[in-house]
Design a protein around this ligand. Structure first.
Ligand code: DSN
Length: 443
């Protein structure tokens, strides 16, 4: 199903077969044909492949347009009504629109729409609520967490004392007894919940109870599932989380950006605002703020609820088809938009499979699985997501075909059968041609 903002009339004209942009990038083509050709090639790649990276999506034509406006010509350090530059008559309205829409959509008392992306948004939480050297707690990266949840190679793990929880080896699920015991022992200032490879519903209430017991600020990192929450397809972290951190470009279908939402009236928003500016950033990217506002407007429409539920329905249907083909799925399936597969039983490393699938026109990322004996740069698994394919109208009726392609692709990866990969590539391109992506040129 398509969102209202991605109707064919809003699609821009096609690139020519060589991948050179036609009339839709005239100034760029005239000034810098080399770069324009690269844009055209990327458009063709996105149009003709089955994009299954769980953190990616297609934005609507309206979001794309808002992100390419003259709003980017303006500096506006500060917040609406309290800027360090003049000429904010319009920009203040744009940012206020985005803030109000974010608050309404997620039911929070405060919204900051300025973080440049997810990692700076998370870093702002440290600056707001902890001091260097303080103990912070998050899900370990190889278990499904994020670098910025206190993992050692990240600034958040170098400048703070990160302690990490994981999942149970027998179920792949978070063990709340372990989380509670760790929190009681370590007394972290901050607890992060959420992650990048968590295929099951996050129990925000359980995290909230633990955070309250130990006096920690709970940050719910909903980057992956923000669109599902907005569309009612995943429970909300409100009122359990003190702060919600999210990117805007994954299931939410906005531009690359981020938001920090805070529960009020505890006055957490003030600390968040100070941390984002002047703590970490200078002027906000106003063109991105505008595109976020558009995405939030789209996400508030009834059609977005259908979209969010369709993303989950597709992931569940795909998981069933993959299980039927003997794939080993972490936790045995999914409750959300992503599937994490351990390819060890198929005798193919995750990286080998991901690269072969890419040659077959199915774009995924290789990923560690919990308790992975292999290294992160060459792990045992791959991660699959359904947000992007759902945005271009694929439904549960297509998931058997997608599972069959993945199965054939993994077998071809093991046997080195490039011809088989080429055949899948052709079939993928045919289905993609029948389901044009929002915001992309149509043939
Ligand atoms: N955005 C994350 C993801 O792909 O899940 C990585 O930071």
């Amino acid at each position: 199903m398509s969102l209202p903002a991605s109707t064919p009339s809003q699609r821009i004209p096609a690139t020519d077969p060589a991948g050179t942009p036609a009339a839709h990038h005239p100034a760029l083509t005239a000034t810098d044909p080399e770069l324009a050709a690269l844009v055209g090639s990327e458009e063709r790649l996105q149009a003709t492949t089955l994009r299954m990276i769980a953190s990616e999506n297609y934005v609507s034509g309206a979001v794309l347009e808002a992100g390419g406006t003259v709003l980017q010509n303006k500096y506006s350090e500060g917040y609406p009504g309290r800027r360090y530059y003049e000429g904010q008559q319009v920009i203040d309205q744009v940012e206020n629109l985005a803030r109000e829409r974010a608050k309404a959509l997620f039911g929070t008392g405060h919204a900051n729409v300025q973080p440049y992306s997810g990692s700076p948004a998370n870093l702002a939480c440290y600056l707001a609520f902890a001091q260097p050297g303080d103990t912070v707690m998050g899900m370990s990266l190889p278990m499904g967490g994020h670098l910025t949840h206190g993992w050692g190679v990240s600034a958040t793990g170098k400048w703070f004392r990160g302690v990490q929880y994981g999942v149970r080896q027998d179920t792949g699920l978070v063990d709340f007894d372990e989380v509670r015991d760790l929190a009681r022992k370590e007394r972290p200032k901050l607890i992060f919940c959420g992650g990048t490879a968590v295929p099951r519903t996050i129990d925000f209430a359980a995290f909230g109870e633990i955070a309250r017991e130990v006096g920690a600020v709970l940050v719910a990192d909903i980057a992956h599932i923000a669109g599902l929450i907005a569309g009612g397809a995943h429970p909300s972290p409100m009122p359990y989380a003190d702060v919600i951190s999210t990117t805007t470009h994954k299931t939410l279908r906005g531009p690359r950006g981020a938001m920090l939402l805070a529960r009020e009236p505890e006055n957490l928003g003030k600390a968040v605002d100070k941390a984002v500016f002047p703590g970490l950033q200078g002027g906000p990217h106003n063109q991105t703020t505008a595109a976020i506002a558009v995405a939030l407007h789209e996400a508030a429409q009834p059609a977005f609820r259908d979209y969010a539920h369709a993303v989950v329905g597709n992931a569940k249907a795909l998981a069933e088809e993959l299980l039927a083909r003997g794939f080993d799925l972490v936790t045995g399936g999914t409750d959300n938009h992503l599937i994490l597969m351990d390819l060890t039983p198929k005798d193919v490393p995750g990286k080998t499979a991901a690269k072969a699938l890419d040659r077959a026109g199915i774009v995924v990322n290789y990923n560690t699985v919990p308790f992975d004996p292999r290294k992160p740069f060459d792990p045992s698994g791959i991660r699959l997501g359904t947000p992007a394919l759902t945005s271009r109208g694929l439904g549960t009726e297509h998931m058997a075909t997608v599972a069959e392609w993945i199965d054939r692709g993994v077998i071809a990866a093991r046997t080195g059968d490039e011809e088989a990969l080429g055949r899948i590539r052709t079939e993928v391109a045919e289905l993609m041609a029948a389901h044009p992506a929002p915001g992309l040129p149509t043939a």
